[in-house]
Design a protein around this ligand. Structure first.
Ligand SMILES: Cc1cc2nc3c(=O)[nH]c(=O)nc-3n(C[C@H](O)[C@H](O)[C@H](O)COP(=O)(O)OP(=O)(O)OC[C@H]3O[C@@H](n4cnc5c(N)ncnc54)[C@H](O)[C@@H]3O)c2cc1C
Length: 225
């Protein structure tokens, strides 16, 4: 997977592990491990005129890490609450990890703000906080499980995890309509939580309407292609 910025190119090479590493077991890799693994794919072409080995030699930096995922069953304890990767970690291939982390913070802030306003106090009791945290987790848990599974499926496709998935990745996936992935992503993005207490009237609009603002006007849909 290659992502480019005006002045940098980021290249991700995903290898399939023989078996998953399940917590509390953890694996850390050295620069030498990365070097040895890069050597195994050095002769692979990245494009018509470049081998991975040549790209590797020109790198600014590189690291080898496990691709992790998981959604915790409990996200809070007393006055402590988790958000982001600490509560819900997804594989990197759909680019949803950071975005989902921000969405969780948004959901949490909206609920906290609404409690603070209704209590007319800046400090909330432990029982109120626990209720807010529970409701925040309830709102975000199922969407994060769905995003985790979709991200994992994407990772499995990219790594040809099983013969069936390889068949799907090589011969079926390329024939899916161009819009298929965009539609899947869009469904997730437009259902995201918003900061309830920020006026949105003068906020710039994107090409995709929020789910709760959806209109019947689909004139911009073609642009998404
Ligand atoms: C290679 C890669 C590509 C990615 N691409 C995308 C993308 O395109 N789009 C996207 O939305 N997401 C992407 N993500 C995911 C995104 O980076 C994470 O989901 C996001 O950074 C999570 O934010 P966070 O604040 O929850 O955790 P982190 O960003 O991990 O922040 C946690 C911080 O806590 C610090 N910390 C840890 N332990 C302690 C301690 N004991 N004391 C003090 N500090 C501590 C850490 O150093 C770190 O700075 C990618 C991730 C990776 C690895």
């Amino acid at each position: 997977m290659v992502i480019s910025q005006p002045d940098h190119v980021y290249t991700f090479v995903t290898f399939r592990l023989e078996e998953p590493v399940i917590w509390p077991r953890r694996t850390f890799y050295t620069a030498q491990d990365a070097e040895e693994l890069a050597e195994t794919v050095a002769s692979y072409p990245v494009c018509e005129s470049l081998l991975f080995g040549e790209l590797w030699l020109k790198r600014e930096r590189a690291s080898l890490v496990n691709v992790e995922d998981g959604v915790l069953d409990k996200w809070h304890y007393g006055r402590i609450v988790l958000a982001g990767d600490a509560a819900h970690k997804v594989t990197i291939n759909m680019g949803f990890g950071g975005n989902s982390s921000i969405e969780s913070i948004v959901a949490l802030c909206s609920q906290l703000k609404s409690e603070i306003v209704s209590h007319k106090e800046s400090s909330l009791s432990l029982s109120t906080l626990e209720r807010v945290f529970e409701s925040y987790q309830a709102k975000r848990h199922a969407p994060m499980k769905m995003i985790m599974n979709l991200s994992l499926f994407t990772t499995r496709i990219l790594t040809w995890d099983t013969p069936l998935i390889k068949l799907f990745a090589r011969w079926i996936f390329p024939w899916l309509p161009k819009r298929y992935l965009i539609d899947q992503f869009s469904k997730i993005i437009k259902g995201g939580p918003k900061l309830d207490y920020i006026g949105m009237d003068n906020f710039p609009r994107g090409r995709l309407a929020w789910e709760d603002e959806a209109t019947t006007d689909n004139s911009n849909d073609e642009d998404l292609e």
